[in-house]
Design a binder for this molecule. Structure first.
Ligand code: GUN
Length: 284
């Protein structure tokens, strides 16, 4: 079998078209653009790229971005002060703090300061808890994008065995919750899982979010599985996924490429979250 490629870039562009319409509808109804505050601290090279992509996506869709860059030696006080001001700023509908933050800054403490209504990333405990309990909440962008990518294949998620490799708060745990909400039977695997292959070989859907270059080999994949690769591993000037793509393509029915799979969807879901927050705040 040679897998079909799930084109995250194309899906992302088509979703962005409808987001443009929604952003314009907000502007004409409320007399201002939807606003997203993007906070970056330090010089993490990957963060520089992600933040640039997020700001560019705002421009493309017609969302106003407010960009804040702090040096590596920033303290919690400066960030706290800014987050408090943005929480109270009527032109800001979404706030995102790009992770990782510089050493010495408590990320959990900073994320907890963001008003849950403006939490564009869905990282606040109120939103994470809402996801767990099945309450209306802002969903983390990468996991939300993963669900859209799987649905774009036209395959049913309900009743499928899904294996998520990785248990981060940003991807693994919320991806598992969203798959469960879609009625998949979900197994969360991680670096300490014994005999990982025995789990993945039984998986109709594999979400690889472990952060290790080409960790998932072809012989770990069941014939016909859907493989979603969240990995962004930089080595010898190239970007590699968490899946050995050339092997996996021979086994899977559908697979996301790196780059051009999950990455663009993360950014698009961020803009979607921000526009939804903007309408929710006005209409509730
Ligand atoms: N760092 C890596 N991924 C993300 C993300 O989705 N959002 C934020 N804020 N930081 C990240």
């Amino acid at each position: 079998m040679s897998a079909k490629i799930i084109d995250g870039k194309a899906l992302s562009l088509s979703i962005r078209e409808s987001l443009k319409t929604e952003a314009a509808r907000f502007e004409s109804k409320y007399g201002r653009k939807v606003g997203l505050a993007v906070i970056k601290a330090g010089n993490n090279p990957a963060s520089e790229v992600y933040v640039r992509n997020k700001i560019k996506a705002c421009e493309d869709v017609g969302v106003k971005s407010f960009s804040y860059n702090f040096p590596e030696e920033t303290g919690e006080a400066e960030l706290s002060e800014l987050i408090a001001a943005l929480n109270g700023d009527a032109n800001v509908d979404g706030i995102l703090v790009q992770l990782p933050l510089p050493q010495g800054i408590d990320e959990k403490k900073m994320l907890a300061l963001i008003s849950p209504e403006k939490d564009a990333d869905g990282f606040h405990a109120v939103n994470a808890g809402g996801l767990m309990l099945g309450l209306p909440c802002t969903k983390p962008c990468t996991p939300a994008g993963i669900i859209e990518l799987i649905k774009s294949t036209g395959e049913r998620i309900a009743g499928k065995n899904a294996v998520v490799i990785g248990r981060s708060n940003i991807v693994g745990k919320p991806a598992a919750m969203l798959l469960l909400a879609e009625n998949a039977t979900v197994t969360i695997c991680h670096s300490k899982t014994a005999d990982l292959k025995s789990h993945t070989k039984n998986a109709d859907i594999i979400v690889a979010a472990v952060g290790i270059k080409e960790f998932v080999k072809g012989d770990m994949i069941k014939d016909g599985a859907i493989v979603i690769d969240v990995g962004m591993n930089r080595a010898d000037g190239k970007l590699y996924g968490d899946v050995a793509f050339d092997q996996a393509i021979e086994k899977a029915s559908y697979i996301t490429p790196v780059p051009g799979g999950v990455g663009p969807m993360t950014v698009t879901m961020l803009i979607k979250n921000t526009i939804e927050s903007a309408f929710r705040c006005k209409e509730n």
